[in-house]
Structure formats: structure tokens, C-alpha cells
Design a protein around this ligand. Structure first.
Ligand SMILES: [Cu+2]
Length: 405
């Protein structure tokens, strides 16, 4: 039975592969470039990755697209590649976040929002020294997603020194980069929504040991800014006194518990709450949304692409307060790799929807020249800054896909 099933699936797989390579040549692996047959040196690989040479640079939002910080490189006694990074936390940095004069009172890693894109290879020993500047007034930490010991997780639960770095102190987080993929990093101090929304986050790429098919690469991090958080206050549990408490109980004990409203009460709960003090608390939200830190950056500076050339975008969503964000691309489709942890794409689409901290890789090419939008597919976000343009140049690509001009 198993053998029969296996044969059947092998047959189906062969048909699917044959079909996909004939009907969908656009996304064939071979069109994306060649994987080197011989093992690649660390130096060659870093060149392919477009590693920045100036590690202390503060990239502009346009430079951020291709600014990959691969760290100071050395080897340990076992011959393993070691990559060292320094992230300096500074509070109250004046960050321009629009072309209309909006300045955000931000907290930054190395002076920018988002912080630098950290880029390493699977198996590297990564050391990230986080310095909490002496003039700061809050403890901070660095939480990287991926696999590592709890002491390097940057969370205060458990009493690890890296869970809360006091102003004027530093801590070096250390881990072996694994597995390959694209990740967010961020401060994990409470109230975490504040430490994130203020700007303490960035992207980390762990490249596979065997390079991905070569193509032009860009980093895009989606975020938002709550400009009037002083009025709205911290995200925290509302005072219990704002909610009805029943003193009676079924068990005969003296325990006080929150009474469950009946269906009828639930129906009117919204109206009642507005009249009470709970309704006076303002909901936190963002006034400006961006990709890579500045509203409408790529409307002002469209990204130049060329027809027929393959492109890869590393995408991370670090938006606070809104449940989801999304990325919609006009005029073409992209292969999407959730979290970038697999060589096979999950699906081909033109919209991907991401929750907080979610991320993936998009691979695509344009067949036809022209100006194309990319933006969140929530119109509120696009109106408030999360919208950009691709300026696609070149001739239509010789392809089985045709269209009117
Ligand atoms: Cu923090």
C-alpha cells in the first residue's frame, strides 16, 4: 500500500514539476542565476551579499534598502567565522519621518529607525555588544528571534544580565547563527510596545551556507509612529475598578471574582463602557506608517528596477498597535518564502499579510517597463505614508506572457 502511494505521489510530483517548468517559466530557478558549483569563500560570499564597508554609517531611508552590516569579521581558535556588532542605544533622538516636517522623538540603535540590518551566515558565531548610553534614563535589551540560549534572549524573566541593561552599562549577546532566514530584532523591556514603537528594532538576515540564487537584494521594514503617545499613555491593564465586580459567589468562599456578563449585557457593553472611565482611555495608534522609516520615501525617490532582472526583498513587519500590515506589489507577482527558512517558496502572490514581528522573502521580476506602486493594502496606511514606487526601465522581456502596450 505504502509503495503504491509512494509511486503515485512520485508520478504526481513529476507531472507537477514538468507542468510548472513549461507553463510558469517566469519563476524558474535557472532564470534567477547560478549557484556556484564550488564552495564559496567567506570573502566572496560577503561580496555577493553586498556587505557594507563603512559599519558606522547612518544610512538614509533610501540607503537602508541596500545597507547590509555584516559586522567586524575574525575567526575563533576552531576556525569558525566570528562576526562582531556594536549597537548603541540612544534615547530622544530627533528623527525626520516625513517630507512635511514631522520629527519623531525616537529611541535608536546606532542613530536610525529602523536600526542597521545585521547580516550573518548560518554557523557564524555572532557577538552583538549593546551599549545603553549613560545619558539614557531607561534600561534596554536586545531580543533577537532565532535559536539561542535563554541568557542571550534579552528578556528580563529569568534574571539574566542581558535581560535589562542599565544606562551606562553594556552587554554582549552571543549565539551561533541558526537557522537561515530573515528575523526581526528589538528591545524587549517593558512596556515593550513603547520600547518598540519608539524605534528600537531592526532586521537580521541569517544567510544559508550555500548562497541563495544571486539577484539584486533589498531590505524593507514596515513600521509606524505613534506621535501623541504622551496623551494616550502606556499600554497596560486598565484599573480593575473600571469593571463591574460581583461580591457574591457560588462556592461559598470569600473570593471576589469578575462576573461574566449575560448575552444581553454583552450587547450593550460597548455603550456602557463609553460612559464610564474605561471609555476615557484613548486607544493607542499610529499617525504615520512607513517602509524603512520615512513616510512616502519611495514616492519621492522611486526605486529604479530593470525589466527581466530578478530581485529579492527581505521583508519584516515591526508595526505596533495595528494587528496586521501588508505588502502589495503592482504589475507583477512575487514568490513568497515565509520567514525565509526554506528553499521552496510557499506561494506566488501580489499581497502578503503579516502580523507583528512576522517576515519573509519576496522574489520577483518585472516583464514590462513603467511606474508601479507598492504599498500596504490597507488604504489608511497608504494615505499615512506607506506607499512607494518602482521605476521599471528597459524593454519588455521576451516571454510567453504578452500584453497590450
Ligand atoms: Cu528598550
Amino acid at each position: 500500500m505504502f509503495r503504491q502511494n509512494a509511486c503515485f505521489f512520485a508520478l504526481v510530483l513529476s507531472i507537477i514539476l514538468l507542468f510548472s517548468s513549461t507553463v510558469f517559466p517566469l519563476f524558474n530557478q535557472s532564470t534567477y542565476g547560478q549557484v556556484p558549483a564550488t564552495p564559496i569563500s567567506r570573502e566572496q560570499y560577503d561580496k555577493i551579499k553586498n556587505c557594507a564597508t563603512d559599519l558606522s554609517k547612518k544610512p538614509t531611508p533610501t540607503e537602508y534598502l541596500t545597507y547590509f552590516n555584516c559586522g567586524h569579521v575574525s575567526k575563533d581558535e576552531s576556525g569558525r567565522t566570528v562576526r562582531q556588532f556594536t549597537l548603541i542605544v540612544q534615547e530622544h533622538q530627533k528623527i525626520p519621518i516625513s517630507y512635511e516636517g514631522h520629527i519623531f522623538d525616537g529611541w535608536t540603535f546606532n542613530g536610525t529607525i529602523p536600526g542597521p540590518t545585521i547580516r550573518v551566515t548560518e554557523g557564524d558565531l555572532v557577538r552583538i555588544r549593546v551599549i545603553n548610553s549613560a545619558e539614557n534614563s531607561h534600561p534596554h535589551s536586545l531580543h533577537t528571534h532565532s535559536i539561542h540560549y535563554a541568557k542571550n534572549d534579552g528578556v528580563s524573566m529569568g534574571g539574566y544580565p542581558g535581560g535589562a541593561i542599565a544606562p551606562g552599562r553594556s552587554f554582549t549577546y552571543e549565539f551561533i547563527a541558526q537557522p537561515y532566514g530573515v528575523y526581526p530584532y528589538h528591545c524587549h523591556m517593558d512596556p515593550i510596545a513603547d520600547h518598540i514603537n519608539r524605534g528600537l528594532y531592526g532586521m537580521m538576515i541569517i544567510d544559508p551556507k550555500e548562497p541563495r540564487p544571486q539577484m539584486t537584494e533589498m531590505a524593507m521594514l514596515m513600521n509606524g509612529y505613534d506621535l501623541n503617545y504622551e496623551q494616550e499613555g502606556h499600554v497596560s491593564l486598565p484599573p480593575a475598578s473600571e469593571f463591574p465586580i460581583s461580591q457574591q459567589n457560588d462556592t461559598g468562599s470569600n473570593m471576589t471574582h469578575v462576573s461574566l456578563p449575560s448575552i444581553k449585557e454583552k450587547e450593550t457593553a460597548g455603550g456602557e463602557q463609553k460612559a464610564g472611565s474605561a471609555g476615557d482611555r484613548k486607544q493607542r495608534d499610529n499617525e504615520i506608517y512607513t517602509v524603512n522609516g520615512k513616510a512616502f520615501e519611495y514616492m519621492m525617490n522611486p526605486i529604479v528596477l530593470h525589466t527581466g532582472k530578478p530581485y529579492r526583498i527581505y521583508l519584516v513587519n515591526m508595526l505596533e498597535f495595528d494587528l496586521v500590515n501588508s505588502f502589495h506589489m503592482h504589475g507583477t507577482m512575487y514568490d513568497y518564502y515565509t520567514a525565509g527558512t526554506d528553499e521552496t517558496s510557499d506561494y506566488t502572490t501580489d499581497i502578503v499579510t503579516l502580523s507583528q514581528g512576522d517576515r519573509g522573502i519576496m522574489e520577483f521580476k518585472y516583464l514590462f517597463p513603467g511606474t508601479y506602486m507598492f504599498h500596504a493594502h490597507q488604504t489608511e496606511f497608504t494615505d499615512l505614508g506607506w506607499m512607494g514606487l518602482f521605476d521599471v526601465r528597459g524593454d519588455p522581456v521576451n516571454t510567453s506572457r504578452t500584453d497590450v502596450t
